[in-house]
Design a protein around this ligand. Structure first.
Ligand code: EPU
Length: 337
C-alpha cells in the first residue's frame, strides 16, 4: 500500500472541489485496512468512501483512507428472499443494476444515486419513496480504535430520515466494510407511489411495471432533474427537507397557503426545501463558479473552479434568506469538512 503525500482529492469528491490530503492511501481489503490503522495509531484519520456527500472547504491535514473494498455475492436465500452482500467500495448504482439484472427486488427506486455502498447506511440514503433501511439487514464495520469487527443489525443502526447511529453516537468511530440487503426473489413490492414515477411510467404506457421499468423510470426522472456529477460537480441534495411541528407550521401555512408539505407524523410535517429555496429566488442563480441548479433548487453545483468556501457561503446565504422569509431553518444534508 502506497501512502501518497500532498494528494489532490478533486477526483475523489463529486463536487469536484480542489483540496489536498496531507496523506492518502487506498485500501482494498479488511486486512489492509487493519494494517494501515495499526501502523498509524497516532495520525489523524479521515475516512473517504465515494465522496458524494461532502463539501471540502479546506485541505485535510490527516491520513485520508479511501475504502476501496470490492465484491458482491449472495450470502443466503430462501423461497422468497435473497440476502446479498456488497463490499463497501462498490459503486452504489452498479450494485443496484446487478440486483435488478437478477430480478432481486427492493433497491430499484434508489437507482442512479451517486456514491459507494459503504456509505449508504450512514445517512440512510433514499429516493422516490424508498430508503435503505427498508431492505437493510446488517453491516460489518471496523472499530478504528481497536480494529475489531462489529456487526450492526437493523435495530443497532437507529435509522431515521437521512440519519443513523453513524452520524450520532458512532460518528468517526467505525469504518463500514460491507453491507447485507434482504431483497425479494418474487412477489416484488413494486413501489410507484411517488408521483413522478407514475407519470413517467404512464408516458411509456407501462401499467404493470417490472423492477427494470421502475429503475428506468427513476433514472429518467433523475437525469431530467439532477445534474450528473461527471458533468457538473454536485453532491445531490445539499439540504434536508425540514421537519416542522404542526403547531409551528400552521401560522406559517396561513401566511403562505401555497407552501407544499407532507404529513410525517401526527405532530409533524415535512416541507420541501427545494420549494422554499425556489420561492426565495435562488433557483438557477450563479455566484462565480458556485450556483443553485436550474432544475432542482436543493442541489448546489460547482461550475468548474468553485472553492468549498464559496459553495459554503452560498449555502449560508440560502439558509439565512429562507429563514427570514419563511421562519423555517433548513439544515445541510451534506457533511461540511
Ligand atoms: N420543488 C420545488 N422546487 C425545486 C425542487 C423541488 O418547488 O426546485 C418541490 C417539487 O415541486 C415537489 C417537492 O419540492 O413538490 C419535492 O421535490 P422532489 O420530488 O424533486 O424531491 P425533493 O424533496 O426535493 C428528495 C430527496 C432527493 C430524492 C427526491 C426524490 C432529500 C433531501 N432529497 O428531494 O434525494 O432524489 O426526494 O425522492 O430528501 C439526495 O438526497 O441527494 C437526493 C437527491
Amino acid at each position: 500500500m502506497d501512502i501518497l503525500e500532498n494528494f489532490s482529492l478533486k477526483k475523489y469528491n463529486t463536487f469536484g472541489i480542489e483540496a489536498k490530503a496531507a496523506a492518502f492511501v487506498a485500501v482494498h481489503s479488511v486486512d489492509e485496512l487493519r494494517q494501515i490503522l495499526q501502523e498509524n495509531p497516532t495520525k489523524n484519520k479521515f475516512i473517504l468512501g465515494g465522496g458524494s456527500n461532502m463539501l471540502l472547504t479546506q485541505d485535510i491535514n490527516a491520513l485520508v483512507i479511501h475504502v476501496d473494498l470490492k465484491g458482491k455475492k449472495i450470502v443466503k436465500e430462501d423461497e422468497n428472499h435473497v440476502w446479498v452482500e456488497s463490499q463497501a467500495g462498490e459503486n452504489w448504482h452498479e450494485f443496484v443494476l446487478w440486483t435488478i439484472h437478477q430480478d432481486f427486488g427492493g433497491l430499484e427506486n434508489m437507482s442512479l444515486i451517486p456514491g459507494n455502498v459503504g456509505t449508504t447506511p450512514v445517512q440512510n440514503i433514499g429516493a422516490y419513496g424508498t430508503e435503505i433501511k427498508d431492505t437493510f439487514e446488517s453491516c460489518e464495520a471496523m472499530e478504528i480504535a481497536t480494529q475489531k469487527m462489529r456487526t450492526f443489525s437493523y435495530s443497532d443502526c437507529n435509522f431515521g430520515y437521512r440519519e443513523s447511529i453513524f452520524k450520532q453516537e458512532a460518528k468517526d468511530q467505525y469504518i463500514i466494510t460491507s453491507v447485507i440487503f434482504k431483497l425479494t426473489k418474487k412477489n416484488h413490492a413494486i413501489n410507484t407511489s411517488y408521483g413522478d414515477i407514475l407519470t413517467e411510467l404512464a408516458k411509456q404506457n407501462i401499467s404493470e411495471p417490472t423492477l427494470k421499468d421502475v429503475s428506468n423510470a427513476v433514472i429518467a426522472i433523475r437525469r431530467s432533474k439532477l445534474p450528473d456529477p461527471k458533468e457538473l460537480g454536485n453532491s445531490g441534495s445539499f439540504f434536508k427537507n425540514p421537519i416542522v411541528l404542526k403547531s409551528d407550521f400552521e401560522p406559517i401555512h396561513a401566511k403562505f397557503p401555497e407552501m407544499k408539505f407532507y404529513e410525517v407524523s401526527e405532530t409533524e410535517v415535512k416541507v420541501p426545501a427545494g420549494w422554499l429555496i425556489e420561492q426565495a429566488g435562488f433557483k438557477g442563480k450563479r455566484f462565480g463558479d458556485a450556483g443553485i441548479h436550474k432544475n432542482q433548487a436543493l442541489v448546489l453545483v460547482n461550475y468548474g473552479n468553485a472553492t468549498g468556501q464559496e459553495i459554503l457561503t452560498v449555502s449560508k446565504d440560502i439558509q439565512q434568506t429562507v429563514f427570514e422569509k419563511f421562519g423555517i431553518w433548513i439544515e445541510a444534508e451534506v457533511n461540511v469538512i
